[in-house]
Design a protein around this ligand. Structure first.
Ligand code: SF4
Ligand code: SF4
Ligand SMILES: [Zn+2]
Length: 278
């Protein structure tokens, strides 16, 4: 454990000026919670057991940092590549279409969603079915909107309503945004897994519109909208043509969310509609 006093004795990173000032007589450890935790375990273990534990954990902390650095480097290289590709495409496009120039051509750098299509297996469908069934039971407990707990995506109802109002005023913004999302193949949908952000409030809203629906009808409605194939590793409803679920059945989380790239595009477009080539 003999390291320069200027480096953290756990992760080996050089200590910052403020860390050095705070050090006093204690061991040279950086502010990372992992390094701090490892050091704090010293007094709770037998010295020989701690030595082995320290060496093992130290190795893991350093490896993890190297992996994170490699990931970051990879991510940055992709961003750089995409930027260069976009610049090239804009240059080529404006060369062949002189009525546009690089200043008035709006460029949206879409996130790239997962791309591989795969058949939806039965276990995924079963989990989705169970989830919808559960949401129906939850929704049946709500007598009115005030019964819905805050943690059940309640705030997303407000976001979706704002989005809805905005799109009724600017239907072309909604249309172009949907086309962007189709191209992107749901970069923001991967966490949807087998629940698609549907919760009690989604089904409650559906039951408000169609009060006669029973649990089986609701489950059938959602299962009937599944495609045979979906994007691997993404939401069960994400297909190569975008989301297979009609908007009125989607959660308010889905209907109210647009990534920052699209938000910027929508704001710019509302202020000054520009030619958009999607
Ligand atoms: S909102 Fe989601 S699906 Fe649409 S472009 Fe952004 S990341 Fe992709
Ligand atoms: S339901 Fe549709 S919009 Fe919502 S997460 Fe799934 S694919 Fe995306
Ligand atoms: Zn450290």
């Amino acid at each position: 454990m003999s390291h320069s006093s200027k480096h953290c004795i756990v992760c080996d990173l050089p200590l910052t000026h403020s860390e050095l000032l705070l050090l006093g007589n204690s061991e040279a450890v950086c502010k990372s919670v992992f390094c701090q935790r490892l050091i704090s375990q010293k007094d709770t273990m037998h010295p020989s057991a701690y030595k082995a534990h320290f060496d093992f954990q130290r190795k893991r902390i350093i490896e993890k940092r190297q992996q994170d650095q490699a990931k970051e480097k990879h991510k940055n290289s992709i961003i750089e590549k995409e930027k260069a590709e976009t610049e090239y495409l804009v240059k080529e496009f404006t060369k062949n279409n002189p009525q546009y120039n690089t200043q008035n051509l709006p460029v949206v750098n879409l996130p790239i969603g997962l791309q591989t299509l795969a058949a939806i297996d039965d276990s995924r469908i079963e989990k989705y079915r169970e989830h919808i069934q559960h949401c129906f039971e939850v929704a049946s407990e709500y007598k009115d909107f005030s019964d819905i707990p805050e943690d059940q995506h309640k705030s997303s109802v407000v976001h979706a309503k704002t989005a809805e109002r905005l799109y009724s005023e600017h239907p072309e913004v909604a249309e172009i945004s949907d086309r962007f999302c189709t191209i992107c193949k749901g970069g923001c949908c991967s966490e949807g897994a087998n629940f698609a952000y549907i919760s009690g409030v989604t089904i409650w809203r559906l039951l408000q519109r169609q009060p006669g629906l029973k649990a089986d009808d609701v489950v059938k409605l959602y299962l009937d909208n599944l495609s045979e194939h979906s994007i691997e590793g993404s939401c069960i409803n994400q297909t190569d043509k975008g989301c297979s679920l009609p908007k009125e059945l989607r959660s308010d989380v889905c209907n109210g969310y647009y990534c920052s790239e699209l938000q910027v595009f929508q704001k710019t477009y509302r202020e000054e509609p520009l030619p958009t080539l999607v």
